[in-house]
Design a protein around this ligand. Structure first.
Ligand code: AMP
Ligand code: MG
Length: 522
């Protein structure tokens, strides 16, 4: 018997929607609605993470039990639990969207293991009162992307929700991938996500927008009591400390995204976790050629609001929305503004330190700012693979002259055809400066390389890799999924037998759907 240590703080302490009929509706004065997963017709386990199982107190044997299959496919309800969908609202693409909520996510329960609380949530297990006009299900392709990426991010050291399991439901789901009137059936799948909670910025926005200050306060007090229990203050000071901390963790998360080249793609306020962890892997993508204007999300192709280079700005914008939502509890704009005003300079500071790490600078020098700026400008000028560039940079030695250093990173360029003399010269100049700069460092070449390789991953989940894995999985072959999952557990290790994945995006993937662009249709 698979044993989970159940704890239902959320549903015990916060108000439920009294209506238990599972039909789409506006839900008032409640933090959640009870909703049962739809029984899948023929569930099967594709992949589970032993590490995440361990985190919530399950053994590797549990993973292969019937209990595991039944519980995490939504087939049966674990004893002592009553699944529920969260009520939340949000700003989508900069516009107020009103009530959203868990339309295709169902929280099974909270569990406790080693004094930590986790919420287990099925994504794609059927409709809830928040499904609006959609079906509540998820397809295999998007579920693979979520399962692989959440775990890859964790091992990269980026704060994230985890993914316990990936299951086929055995049912078919209708999707119009390109939104061009050609819907087709795809395999349905269910992922089980794990996080301290799934409370978002939008959870607070929901109550604030309705001037429901009673529930706003209940939710804030609950969140602080259970998830920010180190905050010992009371009243206004307590909410401010909470907001300050969310600002800090959100900022740190964005710095990590920029470090590894992750583009979330849908930074709506309903997709911003109160824990400062990456949540909702939809049309995300990895920067291959370094292009701050790139977004993987086709829905955003016109304004590119959620492009790589705009992620810090958007995080701040989203924090403004959270500040507005918390305002009724604080009733003073000034202290909130002070926290928000500090964001940009704090971010610049953290970003600079992160880039110094990527470049192998342990000593902080004023001139680093200019050196980093000129580097990012150069990286933009010709198509350059971000991951390969920084990984290879660690092999540049103190005695390398400009041209030798340049040759060390040359693999990172996609094409040499649009190069002219000036670009070559700019690169050589930059490497001359870089060489001088690393000669000011005390670490030896091998020591610096070791440090740099801890922050510059060799393996990331390139967009085409996820797609190859999806194509195979669609045919029932999960070997690539297993291979990538294992490889991405050690993204900073050399893993020489997996060298083929340390390569630029192949040409066929340049403009292929799923590889360079994705829709929200998942
Ligand atoms: P997202 O941008 O994917 O986080 O989704 C935004 C909102 O749409 C959330 O409230 C989701 O729960 C809801 N949603 C997305 N896809 C579906 C679906 N297939 N069925 C029901 N609701 C959905
Ligand atoms: Mg979402």
């Amino acid at each position: 018997m698979m044993k989970l240590y159940i704890k239902n703080n959320f549903t015990t302490e916060l108000p439920a929607d009294p209506n238990q009929v599972n039909v789409p509706r506006q839900v008032h004065e409640a933090c959640y609605s009870y909703a049962f997963p739809k029984k899948p017709s023929n569930p099967s386990l594709i992949h589970a993470s032993e590490e995440v199982a361990n985190v919530i107190g399950l053994s590797p044997e549990d993973i292969h039990s019937a209990d595991f299959l039944n519980t995490f496919s939504g087939s049966t309800i674990y004893p002592g639990t009553k699944p529920y969908a969260l009520a939340y609202a949000g700003h989508q693409f900069g516009n107020w969207a009103g009530q959203l909520g868990d339309g295709r996510a169902i929280n099974l329960t909270e569990v406790v293991h080693e004094n930590k609380t986790y919420t287990l949530q099925l994504k794609g297990a059927g409709p809830t009162p928040y499904s609006r006009t959609a079906d509540g299900f998820a397809v295999l392709r998007s579920s693979i992307r979520e399962h692989l990426c959440a775990e890859a991010m964790h091992y990269l050291g980026v704060p994230t929700t985890r993914s316990l399991s990936l299951m086929l439901s055995g049912d078919q789901v209708l999707r119009d991938v390109l939104y061009n009137g050609n819907p087709a059936y795809e395999k349905g799948a269910v992922v089980c996500r794990v996080a301290p909670s799934f409370i978002r910025f939008g959870s607070f926005e929901l109550f604030a927008s309705r001037e429901d200050h009673v529930n706003l306060k209940l939710l804030a007090d609950f969140t602080i009591k259970h998830h920010f229990s180190h905050i010992q203050k009371e009243g206004v000071e307590k909410y401010l400390a909470f907001f300050q901390e969310v600002t800090q963790t959100t900022l740190k998360m964005i710095v990590e995204w920029q470090r590894v080249g992750f583009v979330h793609g849908v930074m709506n306020t309903d997709n911003m976790s109160i824990h400062g962890i990456t949540i909702d892997y939809g049309p995300y993508g990895w920067l291959e050629d370094y292009n701050p204007s790139w977004t993987p999300n086709t829905t955003d192709s016109q304004h590119k609001r959620y492009r790589f280079g705009n992620q810090p700005e958007i995080a701040l914008w989203n924090l403004y929305q959270l500040a507005n939502a918390l305002y009724p509890l604080i009733k003073e704009a000034k202290p909130l503004e002070t926290i928000l005003d500090a964001f940009s300079s704090e971010y610049e500071k953290e970003y600079l330190d992160m880039m110094r790490d990527k470049l192998g600078f342990q000593i902080k020098k004023e001139q680093d700012i200019a050196l980093i700026q000129s580097l990012t400008q150069l990286l933009e000028k010709v198509e350059t693979d971000m991951t390969i560039f920084f990984r290879n940079l660690s092999s540049v030695t103190k005695s390398d002259a400009g041209i030798t250093a340049f040759n060390t990173i040359k693999d990172a360029f996609y094409t040499e055809k649009d190069w002219d003399e000036t670009i070559l010269k700019d690169w050589q100049d930059w490497f001359e400066k870089y060489s001088l700069r690393i000669n000011e460092e005390t670490l030896s070449d091998p020591e610096r390389k070791e440090q740099m390789n801890k922050v510059n991953p060799k393996y990331v989940l390139r967009n085409y890799m996820a797609q190859l894995c999806i194509d195979d999985a669609d045919k029932g072959d999960y070997s690539l999924l297993n291979e990538l999952f294992e490889m991405l557990k050690n993204p900073y290790d050399e893993q020489p037998n997996l060298q083929k994945w340390f390569a630029k995006r192949p040409d066929w993937a340049r403009d292929k759907v799923g590889c360079s662009m994705l829709s929200c249709s998942s």
